[in-house]
Design a protein around this ligand. Structure first.
Ligand SMILES: CC(C)(COP(=O)(O)OP(=O)(O)OC[C@H]1O[C@@H](n2cnc3c(N)ncnc32)[C@H](O)[C@@H]1OP(=O)(O)O)[C@@H](O)C(=O)NCCC(=O)NCCS
Length: 166
């Protein structure tokens, strides 16, 4: 069973190694892994999952920003609600999946968001059905469809989710 702890600066290299494998096998993140500073850089809090002292998974919590398509849609639907956070940067090494690691990572981030008085929202690309199934199983509520755009005119369909209210 994976253990979850806060990520430190010294973990980035190991996280990047796992992310590269995830990209090669699952195509996540669609932007690629050429800019680790961007991927691991600007979040409020991040956690890693470890098995036998080896990092196998990762999740982050970030401030709500208009760059995020789930935040934009949530704010259109709930203009009065400014108490959101963004859950993201979620991945688990392919060899360590289906054992509850992502569920533990998500629950850790959700607990921290609630401690800060924030409700996490996120989006998942429709192609990432493992993730969508997982969020639904954890009780996250889908609040709409959107389109995620990146790079030079690329776009993909995405679904937006909000964490269940405690
Ligand atoms: C999505 C992702 C993070 C899920 O990671 P994970 O660690 O396998 O997730 P969990 O183990 O918590 O849950 C996955 C499945 O295992 C099952 N499971 C969890 N614990 C289990 C256990 N102890 N025994 C058997 N099955 C278990 C869950 O029920 C779930 O089943 P489902 O696929 O039918 O819904 C992983 O597939 C991944 O990294 N994908 C690529 C990146 C990605 O898509 N990121 C998300 C972008 S939004």
């Amino acid at each position: 069973m994976a253990a979850i702890r806060l990520r430190t600066e010294g973990d980035i290299e190991a996280c990047l190694r796992v992310l590269r494998t995830v990209y090669d096998t699952s195509g996540y993140p669609v932007e690629g892994v050429e800019d680790p500073a961007l991927f691991f850089g600007k979040d409020e809090a991040s956690w890693v999952a470890e098995v036998d002292n080896t990092i196998v998974g990762h999740v982050s919590l970030a401030k709500a920003s208009p760059d995020n398509v789930a935040v934009v849609l949530w704010q259109q639907q709930h203009p009065e609600d400014i108490h959101t956070s963004v859950l993201g940067r979620l991945f688990v090494h392919p060899n360590n999946r289906k054992g509850g690691t992502a569920s533990k990572l998500i629950n850790t981030a959700v607990e921290e968001a609630r401690r800060r008085g924030r409700r996490p929202v996120m989006f998942a690309l429709v192609k990432d059905q493992d993730a969508i199934r997982l969020y639904r199983r954890l009780g996250w509520q889908r609040f709409g469809n959107t389109v995620y755009k990146w790079g030079d005119g690329n776009e993909m369909a995405a679904e937006c989710f909000a964490s269940p209210v405690p």
